[in-house]
Ligand binder design. Sequence first.
Ligand SMILES: N[C@@H](CCC(=O)N[C@@H](CS)C(=O)NCC(=O)O)C(=O)O
Length: 205
Amino acid sequence: MPRLVLYHTIQSPFARKVRIALAEKNISCEKVLLDLTRGENRTPAYLRLNPHGRVPTLVVDSIPIYESTAIVEYLNEAYPDPPLLPTSLIERARVRMIEETIDGSFISALRTVLFNVFRLPEPERNPKAAEEARRQIAWHNEWLDHELAGREYLVNGGVSVADIAGICALEFQKRLEIGIDPRYRDLFTWYGRMKSRPSAKALTE
Ligand SMILES: N[C@@H](CCC(=O)N[C@@H](CS)C(=O)NCC(=O)O)C(=O)O
């Protein structure tokens, strides 16, 4: 088996996806924690691994792979057991559809709140943008509840990358102190189910 080294931060939802996939598959991997506030993602050595200067990056022997979706796909193919993609073609398409929506518009709305409510210096914050992003977050919660539609996991065939992306986004949402509306009962139940899996430990370590 190759030597795996993951460059990450604890709170990045994209790094969390990779850590949860590693945990679900029980893969051992060395981890290097980067401090983005100190620019550790912008050093020449790190930029040689990931020219975007972002986390996560997984180095497989000496070859760097970045983009969380590509990393998780690699892990899923290199370590097929247990699978994180269903066998049904249509369910696989649904996994990718859900993962892309979460990693795109859902995370983007969460980041808008993070910056405009918590991170930016007060005079630079845009309350209107934050308000619109909160509406977007609510919409994505409703959408996930609808996609669950009484299922145990987001797609038929067991836990998948869609659930992993989902729990990482909801962990981010929790950090912004935005709860799940109890009207979204399927989402609420699914959240508890995901948090009780042993891999949920990887959300925070
Ligand atoms: N599409 C990338 C997104 C990675 C990303 O945006 N990472 C953020 C942390 S959540 C980052 O490293 N930001 C630092 C920067 O852009 O300087 C993925 O899926 O891996």
